[in-house]
Write a protein that binds this ligand. Structure first.
Ligand code: ASP
Length: 440
């Protein structure tokens, strides 16, 4: 039977919750006395180990893909932009809009996560258990905060890698981003025939790694099940409530980005009405939601921007493809909220500097995040590591990730169209729909 992947993931999630709750009940109410017996403990340990096997392989696969995909896709991206001296005004405007909208999006996510505190909605008892489990990470994070109080300028200085290969080996993501971008830009400054083989290798590897993401996603339904069972079995009903709060926080943040942040840009800078803009973009947004992929949606996004909004071919052909690769505001916001959620759950208090690191890491990591399903969670590993939040926390949120992926992809796609209309307005071009026979 051919069932779409997202349905399989939903089934994996529901089964994980049901089996997890059954085990929780068994432990809490029925077999609490028997739980002390060595045979019960041994059986539990074996079941736990077996069930975690698939989940761990999945998590490791995500970690394995993250560093190389950022590195190679950035080399590719920077190199294909061409000589930065020739990038021109439109290039600079596009990059500036993409950077600023992304920073604002993550900031909205962090502000909401600080206000709503979804991770604290886990019952106290569960939180204590979690804190004990992750005591090592919590202590380390505290030591990082109090021991080496880094001024902000030092954080910026640290972005420049002393040894780029160390950066790759230790998954120091900001440094990896700088390394990839620097090589990519430098490649545009040497003769084309010399740069071509490296660019071709980076291109092929980026595509191959995107295939690996898809391959990893094939085991996602089983991994969701395997990772959820132990989480729900130990945390019970409280975790479901916490997850609901987390989903709400992300969705609220995404809505704020579209209606407030983009609304402002569309209305004030582009002087286009938001309802008209959203109506024009609806086909692309629907496809983004159902495909979870900005790349797959790109042709439709461009059709909408050109014909339904009325932006010139020249601007659309440059701004939208670049945006599908480097402008993932929804993904960055989601990473901010997810990091805060996991940190709150395991009792790590992230201070201002650490939250700024999240803004920076999420913004830069999305530069190297391909617009394909599930890429956001691969990169989340990196954001978590940048502030010392345990990557195992992904187990908790994996079950609802597909749903959030569908939602954040809508924002990712919409952001590219926002930049297109704003730039069209800045260049004094008319923005009037120009329907064609092939329009959607
Ligand atoms: N699926 C998203 C996109 O294609 C990326 C992500 O996983 O966040 O835009």
């Amino acid at each position: 039977m051919k069932l779409a992947l997202h349905w399989k993931i939903v089934i994996g999630m529901l089964l994980g919750v049901v089996v997890g709750l059954a085990l929780y009940e068994l432990r809490e109410h029925i077999a609490s006395a028997a739980a002390d017996s060595p045979a019960f403990a041994r059986a539990g340990a074996i079941a736990d180990g077996t069930i975690q096997f698939v989940g761990q392989i999945f998590l490791r696969a995500l970690q394995f893909i993250a560093v190389p995909i950022v590195f190679f896709s950035l080399i590719m991206g920077a190199a294909s932009l061409g000589d930065p001296r020739k990038l021109g005004k439109i290039g600079l405007q596009t990059v500036a809009i993409y950077f600023c909208t992304c920073v604002v999006a993550v900031t909205i996510g962090l502000a909401l996560a600080n206000a709503i505190k979804p991770g604290k909605s886990v019952p106290e008892k569960t939180r204590v258990e979690l804190m004990e489990k992750y005591a090592g990470a919590v202590d380390k994070s505290k030591a990082d905060v109090s021991g080496v109080k880094k001024p902000i300028w030092q954080t910026v200085v640290d972005i420049v890698p002393k040894n780029p290969f160390n950066a790759l080996a230790n998954a120091n993501m900001l440094q990896v981003v700088v390394f990839g971008l620097a090589i990519g830009v430098a490649l545009t400054m040497i003769p084309k025939h010399k740069a071509a083989p490296i660019v071709a290798i980076a291109d092929a590897l980026t595509e191959a790694l995107a295939k690996l993401v898809q391959a990893a996603l094939v085991i996602a339904p089983y991994a969701v099940f395997a990772l959820l069972v132990p989480v729900v079995a130990t945390m019970g009903y409280g975790i479901i409530q916490a997850l609901a709060m987390y989903v709400l926080t992300v969705v609220l943040g995404l809505a704020l980005v579209i209606f407030v942040e983009y609304g402002f840009l569309i209305h004030i800078l582009a002087r286009v009405s938001l309802p008209r803009f959203l109506k024009a973009m609806a086909p692309a947004q629907l496809l983004a939601f159902s495909s979870s992929s900005s790349n797959a949606t790109l042709p439709v996004t461009m059709q909408c921007v050109k014909h339904r909004l009325g932006v010139s071919d020249e601007i659309t052909d440059f701004v939208c493809p670049l945006g599908a690769t480097i402008n993932l505001d929804g993904t960055a916001l989601y990473q901010g909220v997810a990091t805060m959620f996991i940190a709150q759950m395991v009792g790590i208090d992230l201070n201002l500097t650490q939250q700024l690191t999240i803004v920076l890491t999420a913004t830069l990591a999305t530069l190297g995040t391909p617009g394909i399903p599930g890429a956001g969670i691969v990169m989340l590993v990196i954001v978590l590591q940048s502030v010392g939040v345990p990557a195992e926390g992904i187990a908790v949120i994996l079950g609802v990730d597909r749903l959030l992926d569908m939602c954040r992809t809508i924002v990712n796609v919409t952001g590219d169209a926002v930049a297109s209309v704003v730039i069209a307005r800045w260049r004094g071009e008319p923005i009037t729909p120009r329907p064609s026979a092939s329009t959607l």
